[in-house]
Design a protein around this ligand. Structure first.
Ligand code: ATP
Length: 307
């Protein structure tokens, strides 16, 4: 029997610490991102999400700890490594007189030397403009684009080189609902069809729930939860709420086993059960509970909330 060799994670972080002067922001961060995963990093304002991402991008030197991204220490990585990593920064402010088509064509040229037969780079500019929904604005000056359209361009700039690993820091801030939905489709497309590994930060918990294979919650300088949205929700908020109506009267019952409870309910009352509703605790309930637990000084057991 052959034993599967576990694949190297695309991101490996151990004991990451970061201080700005006397202010200790990260006090020992540990996590992995595996190939093809979409991982969401959540945490309150000032928790250190951007700091963590900037360390992984090689833009910031950590105070201590071991960090490997695509098998390399980002602080020592060269252009060949950078060509494999996509970064969506806060907002593209330069080149206001250029058009999206010209900018993407120019930036794409940087990646061409790193193209291989198995991984051609960059993406075709017309395909990318269409994919991020900028075809109609392709030849307008960037300075005249609306904020949301500019953000779409930021995303295009981040992925033009067909990255194996993509970092997105609050990518949908300022998006209208349609742009947000289009962006979610794009993330699924990159992950499912292109195999791109993605690490993103967001304050939108519905977005995290929708996109993430795995969620990390950063609070008090550490990762306090690591698991799928479902696993985190089950562990922290525990119960589901079952509501139904019987002979005109309303009932509510909290249970850890909604499926067997509902089965019993039907065994007992059959079709007389009306308006049945099962509500699981949401990721938002979980997130707020976990951050509150942390702030109250209760450290959750990480191994218990893992997938
Ligand atoms: N260059 C810097 N010099 C000093 N302090 C900094 C610097 N950059 C960030 N900080 C501080 O580090 C802490 C973490 O900041 P960071 O931007 O990483 O948090 P965040 O989790 O991304 O926050 P938000 O959700 O508000 O974007 C904050 O208290 C911030 O003020």
């Amino acid at each position: 029997m052959t034993r599967e060799v576990p694949e190297q994670p695309v991101v490996r972080v151990r004991g990451l610490r970061m201080s700005y002067g006397a202010h200790e922001v990260l006090t020992g961060v540990d996590f992995d991102v595996h190939s093809g995963e979409v991982v969401c990093l959540l945490g309150p304002n000032g928790a250190g999400k951007t700091t963590t991402i900037e360390v992984l991008e090689g833009f910031r030197l950590p105070s201590a700890g071991d960090v490997e991204v695509l098998g390399t220490d980002p602080a020592r990585a060269g252009d060949a490594w950078r060509a494999r990593v996509g970064v969506v920064l806060q907002s593209w402010r330069d080149h206001g007189r250029w058009t999206p088509r010209r900018l993407l064509t120019q930036l794409g040229g940087f990646y061409r030397p790193y193209s291989t037969s198995t991984h051609p780079r960059p993406y075709d500019v017309d395909w990318l403009l269409d994919t991020v929904g900028l075809t109609d604005d392709a030849d307008r000056r960037i300075a005249t684009l609306s904020g949301g359209r500019r953000r779409r361009l930021d995303v295009a700039v981040g992925i033009i080189g067909r990255p194996e690993l993509l970092f997105l820091d609050e990518p949908t801030a300022g998006f209208d609902p349609q742009a947000r939905r289009d962006f979610h489709d794009l993330v699924h497309r990159l992950s499912d069809l292109e195999g791109t590994s993605i690490l993103l930060t967001t304050h939108d918990l519905a977005e995290a729930e929708r996109l993430a294979d795995r969620i990390l919650i950063l609070a008090g300088g550490r990762i306090v939860a690591d698991g799928s949205a479902e696993a985190l929700t089950r562990r922290v908020a525990g119960t589901s709420e079952v509501r139904w109506r019987l002979h005109g009267e309303r009932f509510v019952h909290a249970t850890d086993q909604p499926t067997s409870f509902v089965r019993q309910l039907f065994e007992q009352h059959g079709d007389e059960v009306a308006d049945l509703e099962v509500r699981r605790a949401s990721l938002e309930d979980t997130y707020i509970a976990m951050v509150a637990q942390h702030e109250a000084g209760v450290r959750p057991q990480l191994e218990e909330v893992a997938r």
